[in-house]
Design a protein. Structure first.
Length: 224
C-alpha cells in the first residue's frame, strides 16, 4: 500500500493503459472500455484521460478525486451512478474508506467528431420512458452518444424496438436476459455486474428479464 501511495504522489503522469487499476475490457473504433477497481485505502497513479468518457459506478463508494492543477474533491457516488467527463485531463483517485471503488470507464474515441454532430432527433427520446414492469431513463446525450439507465423487474420486457447503430451494454446488476429478434430465434444473454457487451446494429427485437430479481443496465447507443 505504501508503494502505491508513493507512486501516486510522485507527480509523474502515465497513460491510462499503464495505470494498473484500469483493466482493458473492450476496444473498437468507437470505444475503449476499462474495468476499474481500487482497493480500500489505496490510490491510482496520476493518469491521463485523453478522450471524453462516460463512467458507471459499481456499488456505493466515497473517493477523493485529485485533478492535476485543481484542488482535491471528495465524491460520494451511488451504485449505477453514470456521469460524463470531458477530456483531456490527468487525475488520480484515492479511496479513503474501507469500501473499494469500482467502475466501468468508457472512452469515447470519436469524441472530436461527435462534438461537431448537428442536433437531431436524438433529443426526441430524452427523459423517462415508463415500461410495463420497468423504466428506460435517457440520462444524457454527449458526443452524439445517447446514454440510458434501463431497469426491468422480473419478467418485464422492452417491447419491439430498433437500434440503427451499435450499442454498449454495461451490467450494473447480474443480468439474465433474452433478446428476441423479430422472426428469429431468441438469444440468451448472461452478464455479471461490471461486465460489458458490444452489440452491433441489428433488426427489430425485444428484450426480457428472465431472472427472478430486478435487472439494471446502462446502455450507450451510437449512430450508424
Amino acid at each position: 500500500m505504501l508503494a502505491v501511495s508513493v507512486l501516486a504522489q510522485s507527480g509523474s503522469e502515465v497513460e491510462i493503459t499503464a495505470e494498473p487499476h484500469h483493466h482493458l475490457a473492450l476496444e473498437n473504433p468507437y470505444v475503449r472500455v476499462f474495468q476499474v477497481e481500487v482497493p480500500p485505502h489505496q490510490a491510482t497513479l496520476m493518469h491521463w484521460h485523453r478522450h471524453d468518457y462516460v463512467y458507471v459506478t459499481l456499488g456505493d463508494c466515497q473517493l477523493e478525486n485529485d485533478v492535476s492543477g485543481k484542488p482535491p474533491a471528495t465524491l460520494k457516488l451511488k451504485d449505477g451512478q453514470t456521469n460524463f467527463s470531458p477530456g483531456p485531463f490527468a487525475h488520480m483517485v484515492k479511496v479513503p474508506v474501507d469500501v473499494p471503488f469500482r467502475n466501468v470507464t468508457v472512452e469515447l474515441l470519436q469524441d472530436e467528431k461527435g462534438r461537431q454532430a448537428p442536433a437531431s432527433n436524438w433529443d426526441e427520446g430524452r427523459g423517462l420512458n415508463i415500461l410495463s414492469g420497468g423504466t428506460e431513463d435517457v440520462l444524457f446525450i454527449k458526443d452524439d452518444v445517447r446514454v440510458s439507465d434501463i431497469q426491468l423487474q422480473p419478467g418485464a420486457m422492452i417491447p419491439k424496438h430498433t437500434h440503427p447503430g451499435p450499442q454498449l451494454v454495461i451490467a450494473v446488476s447480474d443480468l439474465e436476459l433474452r433478446t428476441s429478434p423479430v422472426e428469429q430465434t431468441s438469444t440468451p444473454v448472461e452478464m455479471k455486474a461490471g461486465d460489458v457487451k458490444w452489440i452491433p446494429a441489428g433488426p427489430p427485437h425485444t428484450l426480457m428479464n428472465l431472472a427472478k430479481r430486478p435487472a439494471r443496465m446502462i446502455m450507450l447507443e451510437f449512430r450508424k
